[in-house]
Ligand binder design. Structure first.
Ligand SMILES: [Zn+2]
Length: 322
């Protein structure tokens, strides 16, 4: 009898919880839809313009080539290396090191050759440079057609977590959410090369995650393209890095690191979320969560639409014109 009552109570509590969550979700859907409708004319002004896309290091088409402008931290470092260049610059210790002719770095001994700012030592270097041939692998979202027309102008937030392999930085996890923050894709991506460092503190990824991963960079990109067209709006924080990693060319982008730029500095997603959304993210010992980051950047866009006076001066001018 007790267990029966318990079961009823539990069922009832669960039902109540589902209703509560359902009402909250419905309220969020309605208020978000209303906000986007009210700010329909303002939203396009949050998109990066062509100059910003170039200057903030998004992949751009230049003739029949893809080009990525190095940012202020990368000015003296080649983002892409030619076939005959066997030198790389370590992201961690800044030293220049040599790789094998196939571009891979071998771990030859347990002796430390690299050290991070906390004094932790490693027997390998890490780098973010890519072969120049990767510039030919970039793709655009599908053109608008009779099947995907409703995706035009819609917001989709993306976040990528990366790992370091024998050949540099590679995608390890990709999350894409729709304008309501509903997960459309949350995929563990198997890198092409042997993983040297999961950088779990940042990526949240561990060997367990990778154990059964079957998704590749190409397959996850095709899944992204199943949800968007070339007129969809991609949202993210320092999204240039995510699009570079995913090898995606896209010109309708909102970047929250630019949206809230202050004194020519791009604040971190963690700081913006804490300051504006009063929520703590990226503070888990398990590392960052790409879903959490994607949702945070989406909500910061909505926060910016409701509080244009808190956006960077560049956007305040354009938004106040309406
Ligand atoms: Zn190093």
């Amino acid at each position: 009898m007790i267990s029966s009552n318990y079961a009823v109570c539990t069922y009832s509590a669960l039902t109540q919880e589902r209703i509560r969550v359902g009402i909250a979700a419905e309220y969020f859907r309605q208020s978000t839809t209303r906000l986007l409708k009210e700010k329909l004319n303002v939203l396009p002004q949050l998109l990066l313009n062509k100059n910003q896309i170039f200057n903030y290091g998004f992949p751009v088409e230049m003739g029949d080539q893809v080009y990525i402008q190095p940012n202020e931290y990368q000015r003296d470092r080649e983002l892409f290396y030619s076939d005959n260049d066997s030198t790389r610059v370590c992201t961690r210790c800044q030293s220049t090191f040599h790789v094998n002719t196939d571009g891979s770095q071998a771990i030859t001994s347990s002796a430390a050759i690299c050290q991070d700012i906390d004094g932790i030592q490693y027997n390998f270097h890490i780098h973010t440079q890519q072969p120049m041939k990767n510039l030919k692998l970039f793709k655009k979202a599908p053109k608008v057609n009779e099947f995907n027309g409703e995706m035009s102008g819609k917001l989709f937030a993306i976040d990528v977590e990366s790992v370091y392999t024998s050949k540099g930085q590679e995608v390890g996890r990709v999350t894409m959410v729709d304008y309501l923050g509903t997960t459309l894709i949350d995929a563990i991506v198997k890198p092409e090369n042997q993983i040297f460092d999961y950088v779990t503190k940042y990526s949240g990824l561990t060997p367990n995650h990778m154990q059964f991963a079957t998704e590749t960079l190409d397959s996850v990109r095709e899944r992204i393209f199943d949800h968007i067209n070339e007129e969809s709006i991609l949202v993210g924080h320092a999204l240039n890095g995510d699009l570079k990693s995913l090898r995606i060319l896209h010109s309708n982008v909102i970047d929250t690191s630019v949206l809230f730029e202050s004194n020519r500095r791009r604040p971190s997603l963690q700081k913006l979320t804490s300051f504006h959304l009063k929520r703590e993210i990226q503070n888990s010992a398990g590392g960052h969560c790409s879903k959490e980051d994607a949702v945070a950047s989406l909500q910061l866009v909505y926060f910016g639409l409701m509080n244009p006076h808190l956006l960077s001066p560049f956007y305040q001018v354009s938004c106040s014109m309406l």
